[in-house]
Design a protein around this ligand. Structure first.
Ligand code: FE
Length: 254
């Protein structure tokens, strides 16, 4: 399996503290069936900077350590970019790192409590530059939880989303789990990823989430999410289903 969002690089953010912890996380990821991992440290989110060149260097070093320790996992450099007015000057300064060499997909983080007024404009401007933002864990955003329609509008505009595996299996509570389900049912989710920060409470629960999705929606839905991670890794076009507005009632029960 491929995980497109995690905090495994040592000592750069609120994820792994040091190389020892990174190697332990890597072992857990392998045990959980993950072969490729995008290391996506926080960028611009008040505390952490983590510019592109630095992340690439650190990912090389972590891959070397993985090889030395015979851990069969490949790290790909990435970044979780907090939405910010300065995002375009960061892009110009080449501080921003997309998930692929074609500069196509970018993990975009909203503040947890709200959706800033300039969000739609940032998405629009990114799309104009050929960059498709993947909004990470929209199911955990307090404003989107109460305003589903806004999420529909962001996806309709061209943004993609990534649901966190822990949300699907209930690790963040019932309301986040239930919103995750609604997002999937309305074709507003394009990826599932762990956003792993450690080997404890924020670990690699990708397989459990896929099992839950298979149980509720059938194996095709799991294949859809898995295939998008494969396509992303290979730099190919993703499968994007037509978003469904929030009106209909659905039957699936988590
Ligand atoms: Fe994250």
């Amino acid at each position: 399996m491929i995980d497109i969002h995690c905090h495994i690089l040592p000592g750069v953010d609120d994820g792994s503290a040091d190389m020892k912890e990174s190697l332990n996380m890597a072992r857990k990821a392998v045990e959980a069936g993950i072969t490729h991992l995008f290391a996506t440290p926080h960028h611009l989110n008040e505390k952490y900077v983590n510019v592109k060149s630095d992340i690439i260097d650190r990912a090389v070093r972590l891959n070397e350590s993985l090889q030395q320790n015979n851990i069969p996992l490949t790290i790909h450099p990435g970044q979780e970019v907090r939405i910010h007015r300065d995002i375009f000057s960061s892009l110009e300064k080449e501080e921003i790192l997309t998930l692929d060499d074609n500069v196509t997909y970018l993990l975009l983080e909203l503040p947890s409590g709200r959706v800033p007024a300039y969000t739609q404009e940032v998405i629009y401007e990114l799309l104009l530059k050929g960059i498709t933002p993947i909004i990470v864990h929209p199911e955990r955003n307090k404003e989107l939880i109460t305003n589903h329609k806004l999420l529909f509008e962001l996806v309709q505009e061209g943004a993609l989303t990534q649901i966190t595996s822990g949300s699907i299996i209930g690790n963040f509570g019932k309301s986040i789990q239930s919103f995750s389900k609604k997002i999937i049912e309305h074709n507003l989710a394009h990826f599932i990823a762990t956003d792993a920060h450690n080997i404890g409470s924020r670990g690699f629960t990708l397989q459990q989430a896929y099992e839950k999705i298979t149980k509720v929606y059938g194996i095709e839905r799991t294949f859809y999410f898995k295939e998008n991670t494969e396509l992303l890794l290979q730099g190919l076009s993703l499968i994007i289903e037509k978003p469904v507005p929030f009106k209909k009632k659905f039957m699936g029960i988590f």
